[in-house]
Design a protein around this ligand. Structure first.
Ligand code: FAD
Length: 378
């Protein structure tokens, strides 16, 4: 089933466009009215209608591939670029739009080679363009609903009733960070709400007050780290005991911070500000008392849910639903390989992953090397 790059190119179905720069957004179709530059406005279009309008392939085009990549975030895009460039007939299936979580980030500053940052959307567009250049196909939007074994191949079922067959599958369906259900959070997510607290985010809010939401270790670590950059850190914790979900050492550290305030039993109710966040209203869940806390940025660490429900027990998961890979995952001996030989997992969906763009891309690339190891053993 493996072919060299030239065969891949000639295997492109007639009518498939040569790779070109995108004409319109390839990532987010959540608007109610879509204005397309070379056509009429579309009123409440479906994802498929918008995708078709801007020239995206929404159907797989053929049934047999060497590699099916499920998920169009950084890990899936990494797998598609490397898979296609290594001569695998590759298709990437994405449920909504390429970019994944990274597509929500207006500026990724810790990705190699972009010292002044790049938006997740642009990074995804570039990666998609690059993958298409090597002959990868994209089915967007197309949702994988199940994978089943079919002799020595896997059959990936899609929500539209069609299916794709391939020897190898890379699952890169990522995770959804739990979001706060608060009015205006959709808007502030673009400018002032973060789901990670690295140096890049810390620099964004240096000299400003910030709020950190969550009571686990990730929230505690973020509070400690951000306290070195922010003027004031307010930790908003739903539990009434900081030690309920946070390690003792972190509880002690947070408690010792001179510029940190902890509100226990607190839930965020309102977000205030114009273009950027200025304050949040937190409410005590027992007394109902409300307090307005100054915050130019809000860091949310209330857990992540892996997108693995659709796998229906096919591969082994950890106790939080992330896919187990590598040694110890019986009977799969290869790194990134799941408990089903030939099915790999990359990026945030993988148990123990680093939850970063660079590691997701790297795992996508590494998965391709492992695909070759599995299908062409030495
Ligand atoms: C707001 C925000 C800002 C961030 N900023 C940074 C940053 O600055 N630097 C950094 O290193 N990291 C950042 N991160 C983390 C980073 O974005 C993630 O670690 C990375 O996107 C993970 O990539 P992934 O491909 O594994 O998964 P995801 O990005 O989650 O992509 C998974 C994709 O799979 C698709 N999918 C899910 N289920 C199916 C299905 N059944 N069929 C088909 N497709 C499916 C989803 O629609 C999604 O597009 C940020 C995250 C967020 C939310």
């Amino acid at each position: 089933m493996m072919e060299g790059p030239s065969q891949v190119a000639s295997a492109m179905p007639p009518g498939m466009k040569a790779p070109q720069a995108p004409k319109a957004s390839r990532r987010s179709f959540s608007c109610v009215t879509a204005a397309i530059s070379d056509g009429d406005p579309m009123i409440t279009p479906s994802h498929a209608e918008v995708a078709a309008k801007v020239g995206l392939a929404t159907s797989p085009g053929r049934e047999f591939y060497d590699l099916v990549v499920i998920g169009g975030g950084p890990a899936g895009l990494g797998a598609a670029v490397y898979g296609a460039s290594e001569g695998l007939r590759t298709i990437l299936v994405e449920k909504y739009a390429t970019g994944g979580q990274a597509g929500q980030s207006s500026r990724i500053e810790n990705y190699l080679g972009f010292p002044s940052g790049i938006s997740g959307a642009e990074l995804a567009d570039r990666a998609m363009f690059q993958a298409e250049k090597f002959g990868a196909r994209f089915a967007v939007p197309a949702e994988a609903t199940a994978i089943e074994r079919d002799d020595d191949h896997y059959r990936v079922h899609l929500a539209d009733g069609t299916s794709l067959t391939s020897a190898s599958v890379v699952i890169a369906t990522g995770a959804r960070y739990r979001r706060l259900d608060v009015p205006r959070s959709d808007y502030f997510e673009k400018v002032s709400i973060y789901y990670a607290a690295s140096q890049a985010e810390a620099l964004q809010c240096a000299g400003d007050p910030v709020a950190v939401v969550g009571g686990g270790n990730s929230a505690g670590q973020a509070a400690v780290f951000l306290s070195r950059h922010a003027t004031q850190v307010t930790l908003l914790v739903r539990e009434r005991d900081l030690g309920e979900n946070m390690s003792r050492y972190l509880v002690d550290r947070v408690r010792r911070l001179p510029n940190a305030d902890v509100m226990l039993g607190a839930e965020v109710r309102e977000l205030h500000g114009g273009e950027a966040l200025e304050a949040v209203t937190a409410q005590d869940t027992q007394t109902g008392e409300r307090r307005v806390v100054s915050a130019r940025a809000m860091f949310v660490f209330i857990g992540a849910m892996p997108c693995t429900g659709w796998l229906n027990g096919l591969v082994e998961l950890d106790d939080r639903g992330f896919i187990r890979t590598g040694p110890g995952t019986s009977p799969a001996p290869l790194l990134l390989e799941t408990s089903c030989p030939g099915i790999f997992a990359a990026g945030d969906v993988r148990s123990g992953s680093a939850k970063r763009v660079a590691t997701a891309v790297g795992e996508g690339a590494l998965a391709i090397r492992l695909v070759f190891e599995r299908t062409r053993p030495a």
